[in-house]
Design a protein around this ligand. Structure first.
Ligand code: ARG
Length: 476
């Protein structure tokens, strides 16, 4: 940014210069410059509408539109000279326009205020970013779905309270995350509907006396609707808060996945190996391979939550309508977009390259009396009330612990000490694979059900990066 100072575009009623610190303090250009493309797109559409309505002459409109295109190229290539007094991207573009084509450039701001302009820019920007995020979410869903297909026979100990609970299929676990992402995608798509509404034409807060055709501008910009109230339009940042909330929920899901991967990749669990490309080493301990990527996704979740609180707090005490506080919405929004996109991109790569230690998961799944519930349910089929069955199996487990035996090692005679009605059939329900496949409830973990879930998901999930296993660990 150059240090050149010029008179400000709004300086008419001022006789004194702006304090230097104030100039820096109030400037948003260092961060809102990223809106330049959308700002120019909005200005071009506005100008076309002004021309069509006969508010400005066609020749002026043509010069403005052409010059705006030139400025866009200059900003893209880095040739555009921003100056200290530009304040924000809207002023920078308008100043550049007037420098290029003279006072006629000042006609671009006819019937418009930066208040409706900035909200329009933000909506145009966010519309594109939500589109990108939806594509990335679908990519991660695709990765999970491909992994689920690959791991459809892999047994995983399922946990509650981080205590071994019941065996499940690893595919079932992976599909759980696909479901969470499905809801995240739905939320973003709904948010997009509310983002895709045009405030332009609301001017400063009250509308304008000039005969604008807002519908035409909206059509040019591809907005699905117009804001209905000009005061609401210039003061509303619901869409920013809503987007960050949706992003926060998505990050929470990613964070929980990462938490599992961190635990599972520890020596104590040893369920998964994260590929070298997605781990880092220690500066002192040569043996270390750390899950930093997963940890950072977990950490960055806090950052997105913080952004949500920032925006909600900025909004809570604002008198109607526009207040400069609203300029503070940009950094949390941009930071959220960047964080979410980076997290999704890195996770797509990391998840697709996970190597699962199937043998170890199977061994662990069989431990800890994980099929005790199946024995209780077997007793239910013999007519025992569930609560009693629960008590019988509970005492059986205590007996097994004392004898240091697994349920499968208990003889029928021993079983009958706890309940006389036990028969050979009990041995059929104890193996983990049997237990898994018995859970045929809709949405349960039986292979049959999981294959059905995969089929359903396949209908909803678009193509994406194919999962590539490392092959190393899976051979076991
Ligand atoms: N940079 C400002 C923002 O981001 C643009 C709107 C300024 N409007 C005003 N009346 N000062 O909110």
């Amino acid at each position: 940014m150059g240090g050149k100072t010029r008179r400000k575009l709004w300086s008419g009623r001022f006789s004194g210069e702006t304090n230097r610190l104030v100039e820096v303090f109030t400037a948003s250009l260092p961060f809102d410059a990223r809106l330049f493309d959308h700002d120019i797109e909005g200005s071009i559409a506005h100008c076309r509408m002004l021309d069509r309505q006969g508010i400005i002459p066609p020749a002026d409109a043509a010069r403005i539109v052409e010059a705006l295109g030139g400025i866009r190229e200059e900003i893209r290539s880095g040739a555009f000279r921003f100056v200290q007094t530009d304040e924000d991207i809207h002023m920078a573009v308008e100043r550049g326009l007037i420098e290029r084509i003279g006072p006629v450039g000042g006609k671009v701001h006819t019937g418009r205020s930066r208040n409706d302009q900035v909200s329009t820019d933000m909506r145009l920007y966010l519309r594109g970013e939500i589109g990108d995020i939806l594509t990335l979410v679908a990519g991660l869903q695709r990765t999970f779905l491909d992994l689920a297909r690959r791991e459809v026979d892999t047994i995983l100990p399922g946990y509650t309270h981080l205590q071994k609970a019941q065996p499940v299929l690893l595919a079932h676990y992976l599909l759980a995350f696909r479901e969470m992402l499905e809801r995240d995608a739905q939320r973003f798509a709904e948010c997009l509907e509310r983002v895709n509404v045009m405030p332009l034409g609301s001017a400063a807060l009250a509308g304008t006396s000039l005969p604008l055709d807002r519908k035409y501008t909206a059509k040019l910009l591809g907005f699905r609707a117009l804001t209905a109230n000009s005061m609401d339009a210039v003061s509303d940042r619901d869409f920013v808060a809503e987007f960050i909330f949706d992003a926060g929920l998505l990050m929470m899901h990613l964070s929980r996945l990462c938490e599992d991967l961190i635990i599972w990749s520890s020596g104590e669990f040893g369920f998964v190996e994260i590929a070298d490309a997605y781990t880092t080493g220690s500066s002192i301990m040569p043996q270390k391979k750390n899950p930093d990527v997963a940890e950072l996704v977990r950490g960055k979740t806090g950052r997105v939550y913080g952004n949500l609180v920032r925006v909600l707090t900025i909004l809570k005490g604002l008198p109607m309508t526009y207040n400069r506080d609203l300029q503070e919405d940009k950094e949390p929004l941009f930071d959220t977009v960047d964080t979410v996109k980076a997290s999704l991109m890195v996770l797509i790569g990391m998840a697709g390259n996970l190597g699962f230690n199937r043998q170890r998961m199977l061994e662990e799944a069989a431990k800890g009396f994980s099929t005790a519930t199946d024995v209780a349910e077997y007793l239910v089929t013999k007519g025992v009330p569930f609560r009693e069955a629960h008590g019988i199996v509970g005492r059986l487990v205590a007996y097994c612990i004392a004898k240091e035996k697994g349920l499968e090692e208990i003889s029928l005679r021993e079983f009958r000490k706890f309940y006389t009605g036990f028969d050979d059939g009990v041995y059929a329900v104890i193996p983990v694979k049997k237990a898994v496949n018995a859970r045929v409830t809709l949405g349960g973990t039986a292979k049959r059900e999981v294959l059905r879930q995969i089929q359903e998901a396949e209908k909803k999930t678009g193509p994406g990066p194919r999962a590539r296993g490392t092959g190393k660990r899976q051979a076991k």
